[in-house]
Design a protein around this ligand. Structure first.
Ligand code: DX5
Ligand code: ZN
Length: 215
């Protein structure tokens, strides 16, 4: 299994202090900053823009893991890659040319990833698997932080891990010490964590505890 990566999501940060939140993530010893983009159409909420990715790029030197919750992510590949994304993750559910989009992300020198909602079957991503570096399983329906963890994706995570021992398999939504451990035990190695990373006073301690748990 690839290395464990802890990626706090700045969706859970105080929006008045986003730059400081990115710095806090880096100083906590986390592996990357997870940045959530919502278009208000694919999900019933809106969040950040390419300008926020550019801000984060200035704030820290760790990778920026950018999660696009949009119906037309293909239209924004250049904008997010040029803003400094290290990985760009797009959902499989909306209709656009997934393969062409993932190839274009790689051509920009950025790692492509595909994302599945909690009720999307593994078969949906079969044809694009050779094109991605990361598969992200949503463990909540995307749109909002602070929701409860859904266990439905666990069997799919286990199945994918059996076939792809070296792939980065991520989870996002409702993660805390307990649910991270459950996902890890099913084969996930990348953890996008919002509320339970930003709530504790000492994020560094939370990152350390997570790393000790996920072995
Ligand atoms: C949800 C986002 C998540 C969110 C997770 O739509 O994709 O990245 O920040 O937040 P928590 O950890 O609070 O569920
Ligand atoms: Zn996310």
């Amino acid at each position: 299994m690839p290395a464990v990566m802890i990626q706090p999501s700045i969706l859970a940060a105080d929006i008045g202090h986003l730059y400081d939140a990115c710095v806090r993530v880096e100083q906590a010893g986390a592996d990357a900053v997870h940045i959530d983009l919502m278009d208000g159409i694919f999900v019933p909420n809106m969040s950040f823009s390419p300008a926020v990715v550019a801000m984060a790029r200035k704030a820290v030197s760790i990778p920026l893991n950018v999660h696009l919750m949009m119906i037309r992510p293909d239209k924004y590949v250049d904008a997010f890659c040029d803003a400094g994304a290290s990985s760009l993750l797009v959902h499989i559910e909306p209709e656009y040319d997934h393969a062409e989009t993932l190839k274009r992300i790689r051509d920009k020198g950025v790692k492509p990833g595909i994302v599945l909602n909690p009720d999307t079957e593994l078969s949906a991503i079969e044809s694009v698997l050779p094109l991605v570096d990361e598969v992200l399983f949503m463990t909540v329906f995307p749109g909002f932080g602070g929701q409860s963890f859904l266990s439905e994706p666990l069997t799919r995570i286990k199945e994918l891990r059996q076939t792809y021992p070296d792939l980065d398999i991520s989870v996002d939504g409702g993660l805390n010490r307990e649910t991270c451990k459950t996902c890890f035990d099913h084969g996930a190695n990348v953890f996008d964590i919002g509320s339970s990373m930003f709530k504790p006073d000492d994020m560094g301690e939370e990152v350390r505890v997570m790393r000790e748990l996920l072995v």
